[in-house]
Write a protein that binds this ligand. Structure first.
Ligand SMILES: [Fe+2]
Length: 295
C-alpha cells in the first residue's frame, strides 16, 4: 500500500503569489509534476487547508490538479477539511471528499453532521481509509465532535482486511516546547484515543503544522506531512516561526516488512529553503492568542 500524502495547499481564489511571495497553485502544480514518476501509488490523500480563503475556486482548482493526477493513475483521491477550509464551499465542490478511481464522489460510508461536518470511508486494497473533520470554525485548533467519534466507533466495529488509516488535519502529537503545536493541535485527542484503542487503526495522517513530524498516539503511529505551500523551519528562535518555500509531500508505505515506512518528497524548486515569512515570538503570541483561546 503506497499513499501519496499531501496537505495544506492553501489555494486561493486570486491567482498568483500571496503576500509572502509564494504561489500556492504553482507549489501544488510543481509537487504533482515532480511526483509524476513515483511508481506504485494506490491513493492520494490531502489532509486539509485545501483552500486558504474557503473559496469555491480553490476547491475547484484542487480537484482539477489533484483529481487529474489521480485519474491518470486510476487511483482514488481523498480530501479532508482543515481550519482554513469552509465546509459549505468544500461540500459544494468536493462533496464527501472521497473520489473513486473514476473520479466519482462515491465513498463506501459517510457521516454528515448537523453543522456540515463530514467524515467518510474508502476501501483501498484492503485498507480502510477514513477521513475525519477536525475543523472548528473560526479557530486554529482542532476538535472532533462526539457525534463523529460515535460514528467512527461503529465504522471500526468490523476490522478491515489490512486495518484502518485515519486522515485528518489537526495532529494529536506535538514537538515538546513548541507552543503553536500544543495550542493549535487537536484539543480532544483523548476522546479520539478512547475510540480507537483496541481497534484496527494502524496509522494516522495529519497536516496543519507544515512540517514533517512523527509521534505515537494511543499506540498508533502518527505522521504529519509538511505543507505543499510552505514548510515550517524549527531552527527559528524559541517562540518564533519561520516558514520556508519549497513544496513537500510524503510517501506512506504500509504492509511491507518495515511498515510503516515514511518518506518526505521535495519538489525541485530553486527557491526551496528560502524564507517565505517570519514571525517573532511577540507576533506569534498574538497569533496564538487570536486562533487558539483555551478550550
Ligand atoms: Fe491548518
Amino acid at each position: 500500500m503506497r499513499i501519496l500524502h499531501l496537505s495544506d495547499t492553501h489555494l486561493t481564489q486570486a491567482p498568483g503569489s500571496d503576500g509572502d511571495g509564494v504561489d500556492p497553485r504553482e507549489s501544488l502544480r510543481r509537487m504533482l509534476h515532480d511526483c509524476r514518476a513515483v511508481p506504485g501509488l494506490d491513493v492520494v490523500v490531502v489532509t486539509g487547508d485545501i483552500a486558504d480563503d474557503g473559496s469555491a475556486e480553490a476547491y475547484t482548482e484542487a480537484w482539477e490538479l489533484v483529481g487529474a493526477f489521480a485519474r491518470r493513475r486510476r487511483i482514488p483521491a481523498i480530501f479532508s477539511t482543515g481550519n482554513h477550509d469552509d465546509r459549505a464551499a468544500f461540500t459544494a465542490v468536493l462533496g464527501s471528499g472521497h473520489f473513486d478511481a473514476d473520479g466519482r464522489d462515491r465513498p463506501q460510508a459517510r457521516f454528515d453532521g448537523a453543522d456540515g461536518e463530514r467524515a467518510a470511508v474508502t476501501m483501498v486494497g484492503g485498507y480502510r481509509m477514513v477521513t475525519l473533520d477536525s475543523l472548528v470554525p473560526g479557530a486554529g485548533y482542532g476538535h472532533i465532535s462526539t457525534a463523529q467519534l460515535v460514528w467512527l466507533r461503529t465504522v471500526l466495529a468490523d476490522p478491515a482486511p489490512h486495518g484502518t488509516v485515519l486522515a485528518f488535519h489537526h495532529p494529536p502529537v506535538a514537538v515538546p516546547g513548541v507552543e503553536f503545536h500544543s495550542v493549535l493541535g487537536l484539543r480532544n485527542g483523548q476522546d479520539l484515543a478512547d475510540q480507537i484503542t483496541g481497534t484496527d487503526v494502524r496509522m494516522m495522517l495529519c497536516g496543519h503544522f507544515h512540517l514533517q513530524l512523527f509521534g505515537m498516539f494511543a499506540a498508533v503511529p502518527v505522521w504529519v506531512t509538511p505543507g505543499v505551500v510552505t514548510r515550517i523551519d524549527l531552527t527559528a528562535a524559541p517562540g518564533a516561526m519561520r516558514a520556508v518555500k519549497g513544496a513537500s509531500a510524503s510517501l506512506i508505505e504500509l504492509g511491507g516488512p518495515h511498515s510503516p515506512v515514511l518518506h518526505t518528497l521535495h519538489a525541485r524548486d530553486p527557491l526551496a529553503g528560502h524564507t517565505a515569512f517570519e514571525a517573532d515570538a511577540e507576533e506569534m503570541a498574538a497569533v496564538i492568542a487570536e486562533l487558539g483561546p483555551a478550550a
